[in-house]
Write a protein that binds this ligand. Structure first.
Ligand code: SF4
Ligand code: SF4
Length: 407
């Protein structure tokens, strides 16, 4: 038990390993923007596969030497498999204790859920049991009309939105996780609703709204202008309405829109390869975006399995990725490069050959539009604070948000 010093939760945020169980490829919804092209009801993880994955990871302690761990559960909709998840989490806790593992008391169970069965008895029992070590994000896209534009129920009948089925669970979720944030995904058709959606989420009591434009090549002529307009109007509403004091929106960050040094700012954007994902068949992936159900045009990129372990030769290319080796020259020289994200999975899927070394840049004009609106936001906010003599106080007290999210 040498790794166990006390019962206190010790969390080392910067050095956590992220391990994802793809427990099911099924979901109650059929969101139109969902990147999961191969969702189905058959591929559910068995207990045997889950146990083998945990045993492999815990048996190879020296290969997983990060100080903390995030056990991530995704689907489809993970809470469809709450019985399995409960069994997995109990086993992890027990094994960490028995083995005296350094992750004992330094772990989190993380969920992104559509929120539909959040209030079910089993999910609530699981939350009560693991409360100290849980983070749960419910995805709600904004106002009813924005949410229901994309997040519709699965099935052959007339299209039915899921807004009412999710929003009814928001008060319970916020009571249990007052700092819970939500993730919003923006595609071309959603742009006109951005401002009203963020303000609506704030009005529901959600303090942190994390928004991303999709990385796929979906953007139409004029989308960037409309995007900038929406973000500028939203900036006005946040500042004029005083929301900036307690609420955050990931679109605005002081760190984006600057040139990056090719030598000193050369890290890879995403965590693929430093994370590990396992699916129902027991295959390991560098991230869930490399599993078959996430890919439109490429074969899955499997880096091992629960029986044979991780194949280091397959993993190595991920560990040597940096910004300049995969970016075209115009991105390396770009004046507004900071905060311009990429997804390794989308890079791989969109590339001309099966490589992870070709950066997809479909997001380019949207990032530039975001930077223009972002400059407007900070200029306006700091001018207001300076006029009120509060800029220093604001900067000293504000929480550092997590403004640039890759996925
Ligand atoms: S994609 Fe466009 S905005 Fe992003 S770094 Fe490259 S050139 Fe700059
Ligand atoms: S950016 Fe894409 S590949 Fe990277 S961790 Fe996120 S989903 Fe995975």
């Amino acid at each position: 038990m040498d790794g166990i010093k006390s019962n206190k939760v010790i969390w080392k945020d910067g050095t956590a390993k992220n391990i994802t169980f793809i427990v099911t490829k099924d979901c109650q919804l059929a969101c139109k923007y969902c990147y999961l092209v191969g969702k189905n009801e058959k591929e559910r993880m068995s207990w045997q596969v889950a146990k083998s994955a945990i045993d492999y990871i815990l048996d190879h302690k020296s290969d997983f030497n990060e100080e903390s761990v995030i056990w991530d559960f995704i689907g489809g909709e993970p809470f469809l498999e709450i019985d399995l998840i409960d069994q997995i989490c109990d086993y992890i806790k027990k094994e960490l204790y028995i083995r005296g593992h350094h992750w004992f008391n330094s772990y989190r169970f993380n969920f992104s859920t559509n929120g539909i069965n959040y209030d079910s008895e089993k999910v609530q029992q699981f939350i009560a049991k693991n409360r100290e070590h849980l983070s749960i994000g419910i995805t709600i896209d904004g106002t009813r009309r924005k949410h229901d534009l994309n997040r519709i129920w699965k099935g052959d009948g007339p299209e039915k939105g899921s807004y009412d089925d999710v929003v009814r669970n928001i008060p319970l979720w916020l009571k249990q996780f007052p700092h819970g944030g939500t993730k919003v995904t923006i595609s071309s058709a959603d742009i006109p609703y951005i401002k009203e959606s963020v303000l609506h989420l704030y009005s529901l009591g959600i303090h942190e709204v994390n928004i991303n434009a999709v990385f796929e090549d979906v953007w139409k002529e004029g989308d960037d202008d409309l995007f900038e307009q929406q973000l500028t109007e939203l900036a006005d509403a946040i500042i004029d309405g005083g929301w900036y004091e307690d609420y955050a929106c990931s679109f605005y960050s002081e760190n984006i829109g600057k040139p990056l040094d090719p030598v000193y700012d050369n890290t890879n954007w995403c965590g693929a390869g430093r994370m590990l994902a396992v699916d129902a068949a027991g295959n390991f992936y560098p991230c869930t975006r490399f599993a078959a159900y996430s890919l439109r045009s490429k074969k899955p990129l499997i880096i091992g399995n629960v029986h044979d372990g991780i194949d280091r030769d397959k993993l190595r290319p991920f560990l040597t990725l940096d910004r300049t080796t995969q970016s075209p020259q115009n991105c390396i020289d770009c004046e507004v490069a900071s905060g311009c994200a990429w997804c390794q999975g989308e890079n791989y899927d969109a590339a001309e050959s099966p490589t992870i070394y070709q950066r997809a840049t479909a997001i380019c004009k949207m990032h530039k539009a975001r930077v223009r609106a972002n400059n407007y936001y900070w200029n306006k906010l700091f001018r207001k604070l300076e006029l009120e003599g509060r800029r220093e106080e604001y900067e000293a007290n504000r929480k550092t948000s997590n403004p640039i999210l890759p996925c």
